[in-house]
Design a protein around this ligand. Sequence first.
Ligand SMILES: Nc1ncnc2c1ncn2[C@@H]1O[C@H](COP(=O)(O)OP(=O)(O)O)[C@@H](O)[C@H]1O
Ligand SMILES: [Mg+2]
Length: 258
Amino acid sequence: MSATPIFQVQHFSKAFGGLQAVNDVSLDVEQGAIHALIGPNGAGKSTLFNLITGVTPVDTGSLYFKGQDITSLPSHRRVELGMARTFQNLQIFPELSVLENVMVGRHCRTHSRFLDGLLNTRRNRKENQESEQIAYELLGQLGLQDQALQLAGQLSYGQAKLMEIARAMASEPSLLLLDEPLAGLPASAIDFAEQAILKLNDLGVTIVLVEHNVRVVMRLSHQISVLNNGCLLTTGTPEEVRHNPAVLEAYLGEDSHA
Ligand SMILES: Nc1ncnc2c1ncn2[C@@H]1O[C@H](COP(=O)(O)OP(=O)(O)O)[C@@H](O)[C@H]1O
Ligand SMILES: [Mg+2]
């Protein structure tokens, strides 16, 4: 792992009405890292994801991605630059096949336009073929090759979550943000999902992970940032965070995380 940050959050703040959901958060994520974001419910983790990916505009603060100030870029431009995410709540197209759901993630990497599709030009056919092949490969990596032609609506919850990771990967990201990828998975599926995340990281993808399963977070992460009430409590290695008194205090009473 090199020590260059792939992205830098500088003094992010976001309020909803009177509620300060994210409060002056600054954060560097190293290129090639698995960086977890943890904290009690309502800490501001998903909001921070939405600010980083441009789904929600920041009130104040700036964001650098690969050295470039992208604070005011719309989210589709951030995707083109190599940022991809999954959402805490499933966002799938149940009436499309699993393969097609993943191919949707290719959109920002293809150049065919409306007319190409209408006229079924060579470029259109070639790009479609290529997208299909990439989607198949990704489904294979996530253990879903046998489900490729099923309707996405027929997948189990755990399979749908893996499919969403495949779709995010289809945009060829260098940075992948996963919002609670293991939540709701049966114990039997957690191990597999964890291995899949490691494999993507091995391919060189930097991963930012919001996850409640502290045991998994401790195993997977190089760095952990802890949020509480919109504020960043600390960033450190799993070992450092585990022994930080402020972190223990933030989690007191949250016995599901103990
Ligand atoms: N769109 C929104 N409108 C109003 N309040 C919101 C909105 N999104 C999040 N919040 C509030 O901001 C706080 C942080 O939420 P969130 O980022 O979802 O926390 P986490 O993901 O850490 O559980 C919560 O109090 C939540 O109710
Ligand atoms: Mg959340």
